[in-house]
Design a protein around this ligand. Structure first.
Ligand code: ATP
Length: 232
């Protein structure tokens, strides 16, 4: 579904990702963990085609990302949840979710898909006509996820979705992520909250200063000394 092959990126003369390889198979829920400044958002931007690679390649659903435009990724079944949600605050919740449907040229009727999203996210059901900027942080996080999921993507890539959420909301959010994965959506979860991410992931990678420092099953990583020292 997704493969990063020896990816390196630079910010000017500063190297960020170095020789980063990662793969996500169909149906998997894989996490990328890392402390502040490890290169998590850099990884997200590279997968979204928003950052040129200095080296290596990224293959999404069998095609080299270098041959695709960022705006075509939604139509190829890839959903993105960027750090900080990036909703349009003056547009209503419904309109924000519609943008995800329109970008992906979603099949079927939008209202039916919206109803499915409202069932998955009861918190936003009564707020569909409210400007997104007036929602709480937790509700905005749910809208950003609904926008990524509304067109039923094959793969969803998320950048630190738990940032700023209360522990209770993080539980609720991650339960939904685990549920959509059980229903068949492949997930790449880029997260700083290692304990919670590893509780729902099948496998994971630990990124430190732009390099992979450990990888393995969630169980392996929970027992890994570096992960334990950093997080647990
Ligand atoms: P955090 O958890 O704090 O968001 P992160 O793992 O997402 O961290 P990145 O945002 O990928 O980290 O940044 C990795 C490093 O690259 C940081 O040291 C950051 O300062 C640097 N960096 C990010 N964007 C740029 C940029 N546009 N120009 C120069 N350096 C950058």
């Amino acid at each position: 579904m997704l493969e990063l092959c020896s990816v390196s990126t630079n910010y000017g003369v500063v190297a960020m990702l170095r020789d980063f390889s990662l793969h996500v198979k169909p149906g998997e829920l894989v996490c990328v963990l890392g402390p502040n400044g490890a290169g998590k958002t850099t990884t997200f931007l590279a997968i979204a085609g928003l950052l040129p690679l200095a080296n290596g390649r990224i293959v999404i659903t069998g095609q080299d990302l270098a041959t695709m435009k960022t705006e075509s990724l939604a139509g190829r079944g890839i959903g993105f949840v960027p750090e900080g949600r990036r909703l349009f605050p003056e547009l209503t919740v419904r309109e924000n979710i519609w943008l995800g449907f329109d970008a992906a040229r979603g099949a079927g009727k939008f209202d039916e898909r919206l109803e499915a999203m409202a069932t998955l996210f009861p918190r936003i059901k009564e707020r569909l006509r409210q400007p997104a900027g007036t929602l709480s942080g937790g509700e905005q996080a749910m809208v950003a996820l609904a926008r990524a999921l509304v067109a039923e993507p094959k793969l969803v890539v998320m950048d630190e979705p738990s940032l700023g959420l209360s522990p209770k909301l993080i539980d609720e959010y991650f339960d939904i992520v685990a549920e959509i994965n059980r229903r068949g959506t492949t997930v790449l979860l880029i997260e700083q909250n290692a304990e919670r991410a590893l509780s729902i992931a099948h496998r994971g990678y630990l990124l430190i200063k732009g390099r992979i420092s450990a990888s393995g099953t969630a169980q392996d990583l929970l027992g890994n000394d570096v992960v334990r020292k950093l997080y647990l």
